[in-house]
Write a protein that binds this ligand. Sequence first.
Ligand SMILES: *Cc1c(COP(=O)(O)O)cnc(C)c1O
Length: 472
Amino acid sequence: MEETIFACQHEETPAELELAIPAHLLRDDLPLPNPSELEVLRHYTRLSQKNFSIDTNFYPLGSCTMKYNPRIAHEVATLPGFSRLHPATPAVAAQGLLRNLAELQGWLAELTGMAAVSLSPAAGAQGELAGVAMIRAYHQARGDTQRQRMLIPQAAHGTNPASARMAGFTVTELPNLPNGDLDLDALRAALGPDVAGIMLTNPSTLGVFERQIQEVAALVHGAGALLYYDGANLNAILGRVKPGEMGFDVMHLNLHKTFATPHGGGGPGSGAVAAASRLAPYLPVPRVVGEAGSYRWESHAERPESIGQLSAYAGNIGVLLRAHAYVRRLGHAGLRRVSAYAALNANYLMHGLRRQGYTVAFAERRATHEFIISVQDLHKASAVRALDVAKRLLDFGIHAPTIYFPQLVPECLLIEPTETESKASLDRFLEVMAQIRREALEEPELLRNAPHDLPVRRVDETLAARRLQVAE
Ligand SMILES: *Cc1c(COP(=O)(O)O)cnc(C)c1O
């Protein structure tokens, strides 16, 4: 880069420093950039514009809930009184923070219908690990040590079997029926004295609500096993249905999906765990305990049955404060509006796409906060795949939906518009999808070579995952 008047001037290495550095390490050809402040600013501004974000465009990434996160939550979490607090500050000097966390524990317990909450896991997957470890601890405390098997439906998020395995369980996969519900005959056949529990999401990742959930809970409890609820995404049920009342014993919530923390780039998260009273003793430490006006962290000695500590201190405080601000700001009525609009927007898109000729995976079912379409008909007609539709959407400034998940539906796209999108942006998505459908049938090459206008076009997906190269 050229030197400008504001650039730092290169200075000779001082003689005494040269003496301190071994001669073979000294070099005079070090090509350090020497840009001006303006050049640096433009560089990073351009980079940020190449990024795709919810602040600029529609992001209907199913299962991931890329919704708008209100700025007020971020503002509250970054107030100096919170952000400058050292994690080891004595409780007496951190009462404001502890009170907020205690309130959040209480609100999440109320929203989920559970007895107690621990905020410490730092991601959804870590919350799952905590929950299944609690199920293990529960059976072991009762001397019921033969329960080594976890049941998980085919449609589950990949983290579920991974968490179960990490907690030492073997996994038995359960099939779903063609209508999306769980196959109860298969469940009955799988249950036995060696089953520790079942991990379910409801609504499931098929985008439908499990209608037989109370029957499932009765069967599982009847066999002496427990129910784990994957509450990564609560948008469809907020303020309406409580997992505790569906019969679940323990669950996690992704505060970074439902409760106002931006995510997607692997940033900080929170997988708070909530448990019914019989599992509450095993929750990870520390929780905030206390009465009005005086709060503190509990110690491990106070709750020796706990599965232990999962993160440094008490988890990602910034994420927890955002969740607190979000719930406080919306209140019960606001949270119910979240689920109303999440479901309304998903159903609006689902019906719109069906009218255009797209195949909806569970057409006879009402969509929850997300739904699945399959483009297998396009694949048969012109060899266009779900991947090509996803890539073509990028040309229109729309983030691709989740594709090829769940694997049960061939050539599928899992679409989650979220409650924060306007009717105008949903209508634009429908227009674009109608055009893509025409192109798929008339000019399929246009899709197969998409995206056409982005700095990066098709990448080798295997290589991209194995050998990440972020610099140009
Ligand atoms: C995102 C998600 C998870 C995992 O959450 P992380 O914070 O990414 O670990 C688990 N289950 C479901 C259904 C999810 O959508």
